[in-house]
Design a protein around this ligand. Structure first.
Ligand SMILES: [Zn+2]
Length: 339
């Protein structure tokens, strides 16, 4: 009898303490619950649509790309995530003249797509999470579905937004604002991100960082033994803080092998200059790029959703989410301490 009473007492006390705490303060120190909300099933469902033949390879400005865009917007609407404050809809329209200014490829008008969650404490400071949703279209009658490039990043960004929206509903919304930015025209020369960086909706000075995701669903030959890795590129180029955050969050939550090989400025591939984060870094915004490296289906018709390793896609999305969580909630924005 005695023992049971004691246990009951302890149980009651613990319960009431926990309750009081969650009501009293918006403690965002532990993202575990929302990292868990990043769902392999959901990523897979969305990617099979984004990288389906129906989207015709998502060539910049094409009917197929616009269709993919509508599907993406539908996902945001379903999760109650709006377009950004100051915009009139989910589109940032980019005129053909801009897309063809550097090298005329006769591209039609196209759109970046954006969604937004406003911060609770520092709404004017904005974290950007980016991925390009265009691919190379149809060549010689074959549809290039671009499941890895960059269907994987596209669905990762949406899934992260959904987890942040869930957290917000439960009283744990981000303290800073987050812009979820799906850029167009990447395959033709990073046009969409360049357009955003030259026509930003939120001042560049208030943009605290960019997390860019481009190809995180496959593995390269260097990692034939395991898919438990990701290349991290650019984090330390402008900000030691950003690099340290990436390492610390991975150690705490995802424990993926972080491969910094392509971060070497002397690496002949120059991946740092080859995806959309570069247009943010150019403007002095701390930026990190997550990437799985190239493989036999890179820019080939075989880049299909059947070949995606969904466990790897999920883990890498969780890593990016945990970093975004820290950036959006930490006391101070990452300091730029390098040129
Ligand atoms: Zn790409």
């Amino acid at each position: 009898m005695k023992k049971i009473i004691l246990l009951l007492l302890i149980g009651t006390t613990a319960f009431s303490c926990k309750n009081a705490q969650s009501v009293a303060s918006k403690d965002n120190s532990d993202p575990s619950k929302y990292i868990k909300a990043i769902s392999e099933k959901s990523l897979k469902t969305m990617l099979y649509v984004i990288a389906s033949d129906e989207m015709e390879g998502r060539e910049t400005g094409s009917k197929g790309q616009k269709k993919a865009g509508l599907y993406m917007i539908e996902q945001y609407k379903k999760s109650g995530i709006s377009f950004p404050k100051g915009a009139t809809d989910y589109y940032q329209h980019i005129p053909a003249a801009f897309l063809n200014a550097r090298r005329n490829e006769n591209l039609p008008d196209s759109e970046n797509i954006w969604a937004y969650i406003e911060g609770s404490e520092k709404p004017d400071e904005v974290l950007v999470i980016s991925a390009h949703y265009d691919h190379v279209g149809i060549k010689n009658g074959e549809i290039y579905n671009g499941a890895d490039d960059d269907g994987s990043g596209t669905v990762a960004v949406i899934e992260m937004a959904k987890a942040f929206a869930k957290a917000k509903k439960q009283g744990h919304g981000p303290k800073r604002s987050i812009l979820f930015l799906h850029v167009t025209g990447e395959e033709h020369g990073l046009h969409g991100s360049r357009y955003y960086s030259e026509n930003p909706l939120f001042p560049i000075a208030n943009t605290i960082a960019d997390i860019n995701i481009d190809m995180i669903g496959r593995r390269d030959v260097e990692h034939a033994q395991t898919n438990n890795y990701v290349y991290v590129i650019g984090a330390d180029r402008l900000s030691s803080d950003l690099h340290n955050i990436v390492v610390a969050q991975n150690e705490k939550y995802t424990k993926i092998d972080l491969d910094f090989k392509f971060n070497d400025p002397k690496d002949p591939n120059h991946f740092y200059e080859r995806s959309d984060h570069y247009n943010f870094a150019k403007h002095g915004i701390p930026s990190v790029f997550f990437f799985n490296g190239v493989h036999e289906d890179y820019h080939q018709k075989g880049d299909e959703p059947e070949k995606i390793e969904y466990d790897a896609l999920t883990k890498r999305t969780k890593l990016a989410f945990s970093i975004a969580w820290d950036l959006a909630n930490r006391e101070n924005r990452p300091v730029v301490d390098k040129k």
